[in-house]
Design a protein around this ligand. Structure first.
Ligand code: SAM
Length: 242
């Protein structure tokens, strides 16, 4: 079954589940023409995967009888938080979609000194849009855990939160001593990882120094100067392959 659905835990009660999101309902009823008796797969975003049979399906309500439930073990207990500097236009959408496919747990849109995208201001509408992109990418990539898009943080506030992580990496194109792969290999037991990616104008030198003093590892992603969105995807691909 290629099409997975998302049903948040509060809409799953015992052996009954209800699709409340009108877009999900429309997709199931109108686009895929699922009908009572059909078997569907859905996830709750908290790591559980279900199989169920549609008991009732119309545009107002889709009710499902839960048949099986299992924990998705693919996540492996490692939580990666991606903190990308806020990018202009659809580039941030791409980062969130690909980062979800690559297995991140949290996104913290980050404001840095050289963030130019609206000086780093983000409307509630844009945050909501990013969360929906994560939801759709979760289903498409057959994950059972929904990455959470957290509120925007300034670089300086984010580094105050470092104690919440086992290790933190900052991708810096001028780093000549350490690369991400060999540095991450020294932290193979780390469960909570934080990854910071700078804006198109790069991190400010003072941010690099403050980050290092706070204990963040500055790391290279190789000899090329990557666009910020590419850097997020490459860094995550390297991290998840460890
Ligand atoms: N400071 C640069 C400039 O304006 O010339 C380039 C910034 S780069 C386009 C955007 C971000 O991607 C950087 O802040 C960094 O986090 C990441 N990045 C790009 N290439 C990288 C590399 N080779 N190694 C590590 N990080 C890289």
């Amino acid at each position: 079954m290629d099409n997975w659905y998302y049903i948040p835990p509060e809409h799953i009660e015992g052996d009954r589940a209800y699709i409340s999101d009108p877009n999900e309902r429309r997709h199931l009823v109108r686009v895929l023409r699922n009908k009572p008796g059909d078997v569907i797969v859905f996830v709750d975003g908290d790591g559980w995967k279900y199989e169920g049979i549609i008991a009732r399906s119309d545009p107002e309500v889709v009710e499902i009888t839960v048949e099986t439930r299992c924990r998705d073990e693919a996540e492996g207990g490692v939580e990666i938080t991606l903190a990308p500097a806020i990018l202009k236009g659809s580039r941030m959408d791409t980062v969130i979609e690909k980062a979800t496919e690559l297995g991140i747990s949290f996104v913290i849109p980050m404001r840095t000194k050289h963030t130019v995208a609206g000086q780093g201001s983000v409307s509630a509408h844009r945050l909501d849009r990013w969360q929906r992109i994560a939801q759709s990418a979760m289903k498409q990539s057959h994950r059972a855990r929904l990455p959470r898009v957290l509120p925007v943080l300034d670089f300086d506030i984010l580094i105050e939160k470092l104690p919440e992580y086992d290790v933190a990496f900052l991708a810096w194109e001028d780093e000549s001593q350490a690369n991400l792969v060999s540095t991450a290999a020294r932290y193979s037991d780390a469960k909570r990882l934080l990854l910071l990616i700078g804006p198109e104008g790069g991190f400010d030198r003072q941010e690099i120094e403050r980050g290092r003093q706070a204990g963040i590892h500055t790391v290279s992603l190789g000899p090329r100067r990557l666009r910020s969105d590419t850097a997020s995807i490459v860094a995550l691909a390297l991290l998840v392959s460890r």
